[in-house]
Design a protein around this ligand. Structure first.
Ligand SMILES: [Zn+2]
Length: 370
């Protein structure tokens, strides 16, 4: 399913095969939690060249529900998207949104955000939901500790995550669907390594790193990625969940990561922030009032081909909402294109200098941690 074709240092260029096509790695997925991508549609994704998105299995299970999606002939058909759909198991959302009722070795119980009913989700049930949704890649149910949790509780969470991963694998019946596990362990070296070693013994189709991008900062993120990747099987795809900023993505590719997802690009677009090769810029600022250049002169997106910073600034000032769509189109194109450039650099065994050149020009101070 996954083949590494060329390597440049620890960065790799490869191909991941799924039931909805083959995708070149490393790649970036926009987040479509409810299978609706804010301000974009499936034709936009096609035009931009986005070949994969990530949705949330538990959210889809709660609304619109499995029966409804069956009537709609599946999620791909319902949303008219023929690309690759990953489904996150949903544990993350249930815990992070304060919807958690209880959690123990057997199951997680949470309150539905839609009707306040309490649901009990076992690893087996979560996999059944993802099997029925027939996403291309399913994720194991994991227990994500909060960043501020202490060592002992994070230690407990990697134990539960491992037990759940075993049960997810045992109950995974949809053979057309790939199954990825999720590494946890906070930022503790011993726990990240232990979690990665335990999960590696189970031979999953892919290995994700979860629980990061929640305030640990760029340096600790890099160190934690190194800890986990080193203990994972080398020639399996590695997926860094929820990251985010362009500099973190480029740094992580250099550490052997193949897959990324984040709502950073789209969320920041809706907060007037646009990616450029020099860092992020806020187009609502008065300095762009008479700037008749595109957002980035090297960007070939729809927005940069047709509109200037001054026009988008003007749309923001007159409160015409189309600026949000124009900026979302730009940010998603920009990040997708950056990954394409990274793949080319790896193929040419030139990744290190590509990375250094990008980071030299990219003003990290302008980007916020996520
Ligand atoms: Zn652009």
């Amino acid at each position: 399913m996954f083949k590494t074709i060329s390597e440049s240092g620890s960065a790799r260029y490869g191909r991941l095969k799924t039931q909805h096509g083959t995708i070149e790695t490393p790649f970036f997925m926009p987040v479509a939690t409810k299978m609706g991508l804010k301000l974009l549609n499936s034709q936009d994704l096609k035009d931009i060249g986005i070949k994969a998105v990530i949705s949330n299995a538990l959210i889809l299970y709660l609304n619109p529900g499995l029966e409804f999606l069956k009537k709609a002939k599946g999620i791909h058909n319902f949303v008219n998207y023929n690309g690759i759909i990953f489904t996150d198991s949903g544990g993350f959302q249930m815990i992070s949104d304060n919807l958690l009722v209880s959690i123990n070795e057997e199951a997680v119980r949470f309150r539905s955000p839609f009707n306040r009913q309490i649901h009990k989700i076992t690893p087996e049930k979560d996999i059944r939901i993802q099997n029925e949704l027939n996403s291309d890649v399913a994720m194991c149910l994991d227990y994500m500790p909060r960043f501020e949790n202490n060592y002992e509780s994070i230690k407990e969470s990697i134990k539960i995550t491992f037990e759940w991963a075993k049960r997810c694998k045992a109950s995974h019946e949809n053979k057309k669907q790939l199954l990825f596990c999720i590494n946890q362990g906070g930022t503790y070296k011993e726990l990240r390594e232990k979690s990665a070693s335990l999960l590696s013994s189970l031979d999953f189709d892919g290995y994700a790193i979860g629980g990061l991008g929640i305030g640990e900062g760029h340096d600790l993120l890099k160190r934690t990625v190194d800890m986990a990747v080193k203990k994972m099987p080398k020639y399996r795809p590695k997926y860094l969940m929820g990251i985010g900023t362009l500099n973190d993505i480029i740094e992580s590719i250099g550490r052997g990561i193949d897959i990324f997802d984040s709502c950073y690009a789209t969320r920041h677009a809706r907060h007037e922030m646009a990616f450029t090769y020099k860092g992020e810029i806020r187009l609502g600022k008065v300095k762009y009032e008479e700037d008749f250049n595109p957002i980035d002169k090297n960007c070939r997106c729809f927005t940069c081909k047709h509109y200037t910073k001054a026009y988008i600034h003007y749309l923001i000032k007159i409160n015409e909402l189309s600026w949000k769509r124009l900026m979302t189109l730009h940010n998603v194109y920009f990040i997708n294109n950056l990954l394409k450039e990274a793949r080319t650099a790896i193929k040419e065994d030139n990744f290190k200098s590509f990375k250094n050149n990008f980071l030299k020009d990219y003003n990290v101070k302008k980007t916020s941690l996520q």
